[in-house]
Design a protein around this ligand. Structure first.
Ligand SMILES: Cc1ncc(COP(=O)(O)O)c(C=O)c1O
Length: 422
């Protein structure tokens, strides 16, 4: 990796550093093995009513991979979260402590249960702050939800301790973090239940899909009743169980995953370890180079933890020479051809979104809910305003492209350190 032959920023008319052909990143990896998996499933079945065939296979693989007793596939991460909240008996008036910095679907299904999402601030890694959780606990609190943002595990030890001390359910949103570990333990195995998106961008994907994970047989059975009516309820909810008489309708929703999506998840799982190894190698290299630039801090897992490397997050702070902010730096990087340098938009502090500011306009039960204000969450606001997000490439053949991206950062910093402005 070299710095650019021309020191003039592309933003100021110089030549861009990144010259690799587009697209620079595409995900998921769809190859001949994916095509074969789909073709096999097409011949076998495209609608499965019960836990059989590809559905049973993927659920068994997922529960073994995470180390929990039960996995229930759903048609999205949002429906897995919805199933989890209903299955955990959350209802009107129950307070559920949620991260303010997460994708909105971590919390939105709560609006269909009557439970109240209580938003709390994050720490410097963007993950829910255990101190903020503790401060938000009231006699009405029933659960804490932790999203492992961008693949970096939350600080689980204090969250587990808080949940135990106050008799609360700990729930996880592992959508970004399949394969990540905290203190040697898989994320998704810490609390009463976890929900995970299997949508197209996610580290483990079926294009669309989700999964509910739990060690609790009652949560699993209620999860089936939420969105898997009739055959699956009849087969998996025992005859004497109080939910059995509702088997024909369940709770009336339909959250079944498409078997073709399950077949893609199955095929992606075959390659997952190798992909994660590749991503970890790239992330280590990116951290080594970018971590040396003043004012730029890579968000990394703690020493006993590992990330899924869903993304590589860099925080821009006041120490950047000349005081350039994340927006200007991204603009300079984009001009250098680093087209994947992103400033996340839809994932933002939830208190900024109309649905959370004024849920009563859409859900009458929430008419009296006190709106959270963005100013209440200074860390999340700062995190959101200061980050640049990069993809984490996994293949050795992407190394020259990674080098070009790193060179783009070095060029921008060289310019700033020599007193230039953006
Ligand atoms: C943290 C998080 N939770 C939940 C979801 C929702 O998943 P889905 O799009 O599969 O419904 C997403 C999707 O982006 C997410 O990022």
């Amino acid at each position: 990796m070299k710095s650019s032959s021309s020191d003039t920023l592309a933003l100021h008319g110089g030549s861009p550093v990144v010259t690799a052909a587009k697209p620079h990143f595409s995900w998921p990896i769809i190859d001949n093995r994916t095509h074969m998996a789909i073709a096999r499933q097409l011949d076998e079945s495209i609608s499965l009513y019960n836990r059989s065939g590809m559905i049973a296979r993927v659920e068994d693989r997922l529960r073994a991979a995470i180390g929990v007793e039960h996995a229930l596939l759903t048609n999205s991460g949002t429906s897995a979260l919805h199933s989890m909240y209903v299955a955990c008996d959350l209802g009107p008036g129950d307070e559920v402590i949620c991260p303010v910095y997460t994708f909105f679907a971590t919390a939105t299904p709560l609006f269909f249960t009557g439970a109240i999402p209580v938003l709390v601030d994050c720490g410097s890694d963007g993950n829910i702050s255990p101190a903020a959780v503790e401060a938000a606990i009231t006699p009405r609190t029933k659960a804490i939800v932790a999203t492992h943002m961008w693949g970096i595990p939350c600080d689980m030890e204090p969250l587990v301790a808080l949940a135990e001390r106050h008799g609360l359910m700990l729930l996880e949103d592992t959508s970004h973090a399949y394969g990540a570990t905290c203190g040697g333990r898989n994320v998704g195995s810490f609390g009463r239940a976890a929900a995970q998106s299997l949508q197209g961008q996610k580290p483990l994907t079926g294009g669309e899909g989700g999964v509910l994970l739990t060690n609790d047989a009652e949560v699993y059975r209620r999860g089936i009743a939420v969105g898997h009516y009739n055959v699956r309820c009849k087969q998996e909810i025992p005859t004497g169980h109080r939910l059995h008489e509702f088997a024909v309708t369940g709770m009336g929703l339909k959250f079944r995953i498409h078997p073709l999506a399950a077949a893609i998840v199955d095929q992606q799982m075959d390659c997952y370890d190798e992909i994660l190894m590749g991503r970890t190698r790239t992330a280590t290299r990116m951290a080594e180079v970018l971590g040396k630039l003043p004012g730029l801090t890579a968000v990394l897992p703690k020493p006993d933890d590992t990330s899924s490397w869903y993304a590589f997050i860099l925080r821009v702070d006041d120490e950047v020479p000349g005081g350039a902010g994340a927006d200007m730096i991204q603009k300079a990087l984009l001009a250098e051809g680093a087209l994947e340098a992103d400033r996340p938009g839809s994932t933002r502090p939830l208190a900024e979104l109309p649905l959370f500011r004024n849920p009563g306009a859409l859900f009458p039960a929430y008419r009296d809910m006190i709106s959270p204000q963005p100013d209440d969450f200074p860390q999340a606001t700062q995190f959101h305003e200061s980050i640049i997000k990069l993809p984490v490439w996994n293949r050795p053949e992407d190394d020259p492209l990674v080098d070009q991206y790193l060179s783009a950062f070095l060029k921008v910093w060289k310019h700033l350190e020599s007193g230039g402005s953006l």
